[in-house]
Design a protein around this ligand. Sequence first.
Ligand code: MN
Length: 226
Amino acid sequence: MTEYVVAPPAVTVVPVEGEARGFPVRRILCVGRNYAAHRREMGGDDRDPPFFFTKPADAIVPPGGDVTYPQRTANLHYEIELVVALKGGGAEVSTDQALDLVFGYAVGVDLTRRDLQNAAKDKGQPWDASKGFDQSAPISTIRPWSGLAPQGAIRLSVNGMVRQDAVVADMIWNVAEIVSEASRLWRLEPGDLIFTGTPEGVGPLVRGDRVEGEVEGVGVVSFGIV
Ligand code: MN
């Protein structure tokens, strides 16, 4: 048995609907600008394709957890997203094979320190501090799934007011294309999560807010900002 010089990190676990066993998170890939209307609200060029960034696995906030308003920001934004949970892996996976890698789907929120992100964009600096901070990835229970990916409504409300209201079918890269594209940049493995991008309507959160998000047929994510 291997011994360690410091305590090894805990495995991040997301609960699975109808299942006592959890989903162990290996890493989190995220797609940026995967809905045309959101790309426009972010000032993006209509010709720019989506792209990837990452969050650490321990950024996950499991269902039922609240989010402490993070340090070093005065402009924390919500981004509701469909999340893909992988049971399979591989590199250079074709779009025809991609959905075979999917264990299930969840609903996640890609919390963003927008002021830090805008400053990073201005300076050509990386997004880690604006996207990959502690508690930046609240998520729902994972719903096991096979076959065609979810296509329905994706919504987020803050204190009962609807702020994002779109359909997953409007994604620029669909789920099969996202998994295939990701597998051309990284070798995918079971336990990987992919946040697939947010539709238009992103905006700020403050302490005391209640956030509710849903993807039709997949589930609901709900948390407070404390
Ligand atoms: Mn996002």
